[in-house]
Design a binder for this molecule. Structure first.
Ligand code: ZN
Length: 473
């Protein structure tokens, strides 16, 4: 029925709207699983803002996804069994399974057909999408979907013949972050780092053979069409820049480069299956032990939200993600002074991390406790105060202990220790709590939350609670 509705619409639309002139830019070639797709009809693929746009007929006919057109809303819905994408003509904002995302280019109407961003849709649907700018070719590879989450084991290097299409058995790099002198690379599947240094300028090179960027990598860091990118590192006395790229196709190899101010030593190692850690050390003092070594307790601090996901807002640009990060950094500073603790942040800047990535970091580190920091929001501006959430009963003592110190520090209404079914405290395996420190929707709470004194006091309170719970105060 829906398909029929669409066809009917297209028919009407084609007659109702005068033909738009084709854009000057040449169209792109599309290759699906090694076969070139011929786009028939007057609407042809186009490159808009560096994004390959295709008539959405291509999506339904060649990729087999369900496509529905809503004439009233001028919106397109693309779906398969587990993903639903909503796009609207002329709008850069789209939704994937109800979650808002921003596109590089908005869908447009050409010759009576909607053009939609091919790469975005392919990636959301779990295809391997790559782009060759010289031949203007988009290559789509449908992946075998037989394996479970995160259980893909890469083949031992070199034993895989000369398969030139690296789509199976690869470890997927989901995110890269740096906190002080420690870099975290989160993956799905194990990647064994090959690491070496180069001079002039000084840098450390980490090669991950049998690895590629995951479809969600772009959610946290920029990745250009040639599959490379970088970010500048602020406030770090040793590191200036982090660069990354798909360095080589066969075997598919991801290269990460740490640009340094001076020559440094390093230690690179796997923590669990899905996490690579690179610790930087001053030359001559190569003593940094792996996380949790020597009986240290491992504390993971998780600043909620980040980047495209700002969380709650208090207005005036005061976003929850900013508050959460400021708090996490302050708690880290306090806890770092305790020689019995190793502190790891899930993010230490304004990046986006999936909830599952946050959990993965804690699990792979065998963390002793996991603390997620948030601020609340309610429909009524009168709601105010501090809450601590636990999900598993094994987290209750941690919740009680941290909450006692937290409430004393916030001096806001004590809204108590509560059960909350949040992903990060449910899916983690160690005692885990989620702190809602105050309400951004309440003007008194919000003013406090963004004050430096309050943040310092509360960071000390949270740290006191963690230390008391771990018996390391
Ligand atoms: Zn939140």
């Amino acid at each position: 029925m829906k398909k029929f509705g669409f066809l009917l619409f297209l028919f009407v639309f084609m007659w109702a709207i005068p033909n738009y002139g084709h854009a000057a830019s040449a169209g792109a070639q599309i290759v699906l699983d090694g076969k070139q797709i011929n786009v028939t009809g007057s609407a042809q693929p186009e490159i808009i803002n560096g994004t390959t746009m295709v008539p959405f007929r291509v999506i339904s006919e060649n990729l087999g996804y369900k496509v529905n057109w809503n004439q009233g809303k001028k919106s397109v819905q693309v779906s398969n069994d587990d993903t639903e994408i909503q796009l609207a003509i002329g709008s850069k904002s789209a939704a994937v399974n109800g979650k808002k995302v921003t596109l590089n280019a908005s869908p447009v109407i050409r010759s009576g057909s909607a053009l939609v961003p091919l790469r975005f849709i392919g990636e959301q649907m779990g295809l391997d999408v790559s782009w060759d700018s010289s031949s203007k070719t988009v290559t789509l590879i449908t992946q075998n979907s037989g394996s479970g989450d995160g259980e893909t084991t890469p083949p031992a290097s070199g034993n895989d013949g000369n398969d030139s299409v690296p789509s199976e058995g690869l470890a997927l790099v989901n995110g890269i972050s740096l906190s002080d002198n420690r870099m975290l690379i989160t993956t799905t599947g194990t990647a064994k780092p090959n690491t070496f240094t180069m001079a002039g300028p000084d840098r450390i090179v980490i090669d991950l053979p049998n690895a590629a960027f995951s479809n969600t990598f772009r959610d946290s860091l920029t990745l250009s069409q040639d599959l490379s990118g970088e970010f500048a590192v602020m406030d770090n006395e040793n590191v200036t820049n982090i660069r990354y790229a798909l360095f080589q196709d066969n075997p598919s190899t991801v290269r990460v480069v740490i640009d340094l101010n001076k020559a440094m030593s390093y230690k690179a190692y796997n923590e669990g299956n899905d996490l690579i850690i690179v610790d930087l050390m001053e030359k001559g003092s190569e003593t940094t032990a792996p996380v949790g070594d020597g009986g240290k307790k491992v504390v993971v601090i998780d600043a909620g939200h980040g980047a495209k996901d700002p969380g709650a807002s208090a207005g005036g640009g005061r976003n929850e993600k900013t508050f959460n990060l400021a708090m996490a950094l302050k708690v880290e500073q306090v806890l770092k002074q305790n020689p019995d603790l190793d502190v790891v942040l899930t993010r230490d800047d304004d990046t986006f991390l999936e909830l599952s990535e946050r959990v993965k970091i804690a699990k792979n580190l065998n963390a002793d406790v996991f603390i997620s920091i948030h601020a609340n929001s309610a429909g009524s501006s009168s709601a105010s105060g501090t809450e601590t959430y636990y999900q598993r009963s094994s987290s209750k003592t941690l919740a009680n202990t941290v909450h006692k110190h937290l409430v004393e520090a916030t001096q806001l209404t004590n809204r108590g220790v509560r059960y909350g079914n949040f992903h990060v405290i449910r899916e983690t395996t160690m005692p885990a709590v989620l702190l809602e420190i105050g309400y951004l929707s309440n003007s008194n709470d919000a003013a406090a939350l963004f004050s430096e004194d309050f943040q310092n006091r509360v960071a000390q309170g949270i740290a006191d609670g963690i230390e008391e719970y771990l018996g390391v105060n």
